[in-house]
Design a protein around this ligand. Sequence first.
Ligand code: SAM
Length: 489
Amino acid sequence: MLTPLSQADSQRLIALFKEVGYTETNLRSYLGSAELPSSQLRNQARLLDHTREATPLNALLRWFWLHIPQAEAASAPLFENWLLPLLVQCGLLRRDGDNLAPLAMLLPYDSFLVASDHPVAIERQESEMVLWPNPTSKFLSRFAVRRPSRATLDLGTGSGILSLGAARHSELVVATDLNPRAVAFTKFNASLNGVNCIEALVGDCFAPVAGRRFDLILSNPPFFITPETGYMFCENSMELDQLCRRLVKEAPAHLEEGGYMQMLCEWAQIEGQPWEDRIAEWLEGTGCDAWVMKGLTQNPTEYAQHRIRETAQDSSHDAELYQGYMSYYRKRGVQAIHDGLIVMRRRSAPNWVRIEEVPKTPTGDLGELVLSTFAAMDLVRAMENDEELLHARPRLSPHVRLEQICDQVDGHWHAQSLTLRLTSGFPFHMNIQPLVADFLATCDGSLTAEDAIHGFAALAQAPIETVRRECLAMLRKLIERGFILANPA
Ligand SMILES: C[S@@+](CC[C@H](N)C(=O)[O-])C[C@H]1O[C@@H](n2cnc3c(N)ncnc32)[C@H](O)[C@@H]1O
């Protein structure tokens, strides 16, 4: 187990790692790509050769990236004499005869240095392995709502990476995990990075925070839908996706009014059910507004193969494992497995739920996109009454572009399609008719929706009642997606 560092020790350790170039940017260029050693990638030989010279950076990489012991006598002259005793004292290194052997991996990420277990722990089938910052943690942290928070909960904290990020805008972060090793890593990482506002607790789901409420809850739970329960970091003992359902059902009791819960999850689609239905039931009666962004969908056969490749290193049992997975899915009528992000916001009012498949995730931080989408959904609900929307002054977002595709016909360009595209946030698009494009061009915030619709009806020479009904439905859809910004009357 790691022992948290004093402030003075963490400062000199972090300074030394920076000084020798053990940083995210430098490692990416120094190693060619910042990939971890992996038997699947077969990159160990390249990484060993790359770090063959006796330099401080190579010594640290061999311990904390490649996870190999090194002779103490050869390593000691590379560093000032305080470093190796400190690394042994805090538990990052262990004396093993003449060697110093690593007990953790150190990953520079988002200006933090993060200790976790090394991927070799999967090869050794260590069930309590603590996961390193990985694409799922990075994905969730990009969506995190970064408003000032009085108290944030990071449920299933692992290395504590989401807690470190949340500490930037939270007075207090409570990091919880069923795995006591994860809690120890989180305490260590908080000390290593000089973050003092993280309280780390061991326990199942919300049990460690009974009776407490938060402005923000983040969770990247062990959501794999498999018959296996070998690894705590990704598998769980509940049926199919029921752990995620339980977290959705229990979260509202721990949210302040207006507080957000953001959780990555996977859910099963059962034969005969549309994909939205199962997750819609999770959200029923929660007292929260919710936005579900569905990402990848896999059929059970590809999902099983993919998960077996990730968790079982020894391929000799693949056939047996695969049969086990498939009979588990067949018995339960699983037709597909979806992944996605659920965002809930507690609000004591009639709630809305939006469940959709989203296009490719944009780059950068997306917390503002979450907030603006919730605001747009609220606005549409506030203008449910047609009169209110008719008095609003719709304005096309500055991030909307209109694209025309033309074909050459008889020596002329002939317009085939018009597509409205969003160039910021999710790249939603919508095919529209030329007259609708003309109508939207008039939506610049100066006219009320009522006046713009009257202009459109005159142009289209169509009955005003029909045009009004269709335009209002379209405006609501465009506001929800961020194409139109509407100023209420
Ligand atoms: C996918 S890892 C996420 C780690 C980290 N939050 C991240 O994003 O990198 C899931 C974490 O949930 C923890 N966990 C598993 N079952 C749990 C439970 N019932 N209650 C709380 N935590 C749990 C695991 O030990 C693991 O650390």
